[in-house]
Design a protein around this ligand. Structure first.
Ligand code: COS
Length: 384
């Protein structure tokens, strides 16, 4: 749902210009330094990018899902690390509070997230609990008006920058699966929290992940999201349903960027006396990429509109994330191929995207987890 087309056009123009003029020229610098310059982060705050999905009453833009994916189509047209620095605050780090938080929790945290003053991060994955998220072992034991948290969270995006974590921990040890899990808001400077070394990654330089270690960390009981124990896994799944549509939209944006670059290269690069774009085997790669990109864009928009209409989009979110992330991988692979030898060389940038997009098929649920979610939902619907 688009609430006001004119306002939306202004926002999309602003984001597109920001990507073109501020982010694209800094891609190599970010890749080399593994840091997003502070002045760029400040500009992102000024543009309101941290508050895209925070309700207006708390200072955000309160974008609908359709509006959010349209913005991500634009923001995707540059290195994914730029999206990543706002991504957890716009998405998985904040949405637990937005969807299931109490009024007090919203009033306390959302304004700081909307302005970008505080970065939110999502702490679900553990050393022994990845795809099987319900098996997580981090414990939160009630002690008076606090919980004492012990455990380790792994590969946590933006953990080094985070001001708060949406933490999933087990409050009921007698329930080894989902119903024993609660969601918490945990301030990053709470005593008992420490951080592992920054992970060294295949790509997405400038986006940082690390372990977050909780040792007898005392979290106020009123920080249980929604004030209710035992429903934290459901909160996490609701957050991921939304997050998966967001990631699928980013995949569309990045694929568009690399395809644009490949097309430009194919039209400029001459071999056998003519631009290589004139050769049908190159055209096949361009056309297949365009077709798949179009399909992914349609899927993302449809899933977003259905979510805006209040429908359960667990299946559509997984379908969109599965298809768009796999599509993006294929498009990046073809873009390298179209560039030939230049595609393998760092100076042309396309190999960097090839490495960057590999993550899309893994985080916020691997392609195989999306397949499981889709098939299970199909079987449940058929059984009803
Ligand atoms: N929305 C709301 N509730 C949901 C839900 C959703 N999308 N999906 C599941 N639930 C509920 C279920 O209804 C069930 O509740 P009841 O017991 O009351 O019926 C509960 O959550 C447990 O669900 P389920 O039994 O399906 O859980 P499983 O352990 O079988 O696993 C998967 C579910 C595999 C889908 C989940 O673990 C998953 O998504 N794993 C990937 C994790 C991931 O994406 N990690 C990335 C980290 S963030 S970068």
């Amino acid at each position: 749902m688009i609430r006001d087309q004119e306002t939306m056009n202004v926002l999309l123009d602003n984001v597109a210009r920001f990507v073109r003029e501020r982010l694209v020229p800094n891609e190599e610098r970010v890749a080399e330094t593994d840091e997003i310059p502070a002045d760029i982060v400040d500009d992102m705050k000024a543009l309101g990018l941290f508050g895209l999905t925070i309700p207006e009453q708390y200072g955000g833009l309160d974008l609908t899902m359709e509006e959010e994916v349209l913005v991500m189509f634009e923001l995707g047209k540059t290195s994914p690390a730029f999206r990543s620095i706002i991504g957890t605050t716009v998405g998985i780090g904040s949405q637990g509070i937005v969807i299931d938080g109490t009024d007090e929790q919203k009033a306390k945290w959302l304004p700081k997230l909307a302005s970008g003053a505080t970065i939110a991060s999502f702490a679900l994955t553990e050393p022994e609990s990845g795809s099987d998220a319900a098996s997580l072992k981090t414990r939160a034991v009630r002690d008076g008006d606090h919980y004492v948290v012990n455990g380790t969270k792994r590969f946590i995006t933006n953990a080094p920058q985070a001001g708060i974590f949406t933490l999933m921990a087990r409050t009921n040890p007698d329930e080894p699966r989902a119903s024993g899990i609660s969601a918490f808001i945990v301030e990053a400077d709470t005593p008992g929290i420490s951080f592992g070394k920054r992970d060294r990654k295949m790509g997405q330089k400038g986006a940082h992940t690390c372990d977050v270690i909780f040792e007898n960390c005392r979290v106020p009981a009123h920080n249980v999201i929604g004030g209710k124990e035992g429903v934290g896994f459901k909160t996490a799944m609701k957050v991921l349903d939304k997050g998966r549509i967001h990631i699928a939209a980013i995949c569309v944006g990045v694929a568009q960027r690399v395809l644009d670059d490949a097309l430009r290269y194919a039209m400029e690069r001459k071999q056998f006396g003519q631009p290589i774009a004139e050769f049908q085997l190159i055209q096949a790669m361009l056309a297949d990429s365009q077709t798949e990109l179009y399909a992914a864009r349609c899927m993302v928009l449809d899933a977003a509109r259905k979510r805006d209409a209040g429908e359960n989009v667990s299946t559509e979110a997984s379908c969109a994330k599965l298809f768009a992330s796999e599509m993006c991988g294929r498009v990046a692979d073809r873009a390298v191929q179209i560039h030939g030898g230049a595609g393998y060389m760092a100076d042309y940038g396309v190999e960097r995207f090839y490495r960057d997009v590999r993550l899309f098929r893994i985080y916020e649920g691997t392609s195989q987890i999306q397949q499981i979610v889709i098939a299970r939902n199909m079987m449940r619907a058929a059984a009803r």
